[in-house]
Design a protein around this ligand. Structure first.
Ligand SMILES: O=C(O)c1ccccc1NCC(=O)[C@H](O)[C@H](O)COP(=O)(O)O
Length: 252
């Protein structure tokens, strides 16, 4: 599936048209996770659909979900902008950002410098760079480019071997361990445990995908996660504010 998504991205890039500058001032994504509101940081994802689960939210409104996430005490937002596989849009990111005061991650499959420009123009405060999708030297170039344009970067990996290759090039402030294998879609929230001893001092570890319960949160904290990225389990609730409170054991 990852290779299918990446092939399609290349065709999108060939048809790239520079978007209008949304003129949305940058917000500090990394800092928000460094000083989270609770004992573990929360990136709440605005996600309509996914290749593994199909449609997750029928009545989808990026502004409403983003606002509810903020009311529930999320530290940051993640907004899926890929349209073919996740039914996202670039405009969802700008709308979610306008509706809240939270820093926003653009969740997409970045493989080219023009997508860094695009992310900046639509208002992203951070971008995702997937270790399994990029040669480490290109990943490092894209990382520096994002930084030059005032954005943070969440460097995501699924395997320790890929992280080791990336660490020869850069020392990312934010390292995401994706609990989901993007080829089989299997999730294992214990994945972060395999990275013990590999996360540089000063980097924040974000556990991503497959987090559904307070017990899951407690488990990933044990494995050293500073923050979590949660999409489906929050989006499936009617009210995302309440969903966050339930996830943290503050409501039933
Ligand atoms: O979610 C998928 O099915 C998926 C498939 C292929 C590539 C990426 C995919 N997801 C992107 C993500 O990383 C997740 O949206 C994010 O970590 C939240 O996961 P979840 O809480 O399980 O919705």
């Amino acid at each position: 599936m990852l290779s299918q998504i990446l092939d399609h991205k290349k065709t999108e890039i060939l048809a790239y048209q520079k978007p209008e500058d949304q003129k949305l001032p940058k917000r500090p994504f990394y800092q928000a996770l460094k000083n989270p509101k609770r004992t573990i940081g929360l990136i709440s994802e605005v996600k309509k659909a996914s290749p593994s689960k199909g449609i997750i939210k029928d009545l989808f409104s990026p502004e409403i979900h983003a606002k509810q996430y903020e009311l529930g005490g999320a530290d940051c937002l993640s907004v899926l902008t890929d349209s073919k596989f996740f039914k996202g849009e670039n405009s969802y990111l700008s709308l979610a950002k306008r509706e809240t005061s939270l820093p926003v991650l653009r969740k997409d499959f970045i493989v080219d410098h023009i997508q860094i420009e695009e992310s900046d123009l639509i208002g992203a405060d951070a971008i995702l760079l997937i270790g399994e999708a990029l040669d480490p030297s290109l990943l490092a170039e894209l990382y520096h480019h994002a930084k030059e344009r005032g954005m943070d970067a969440l460097v995501e990996v699924h395997s320790v071997q890929i992280l080791e290759r990336i660490l020869k090039e850069i020392s990312p402030e934010l390292i995401g361990v994706n609990n989901r294998d993007l080829t089989t879609f299997q999730t294992d929230i214990r994945r972060a445990g395999e990275f013990t001893g590999y996360i540089p001092d000063g980097s924040l570890l974000v556990s991503e995908s497959g987090i559904h319960t307070k017990a899951d949160l407690d488990a990933v904290k044990e494995f050293g996660a500073h923050a979590v990225l949660v999409g489906e389990s929050l989006m499936r609730h009617q009210d995302q504010e309440q969903a966050i409170r339930i996830l943290f054991g503050e409501a039933e």
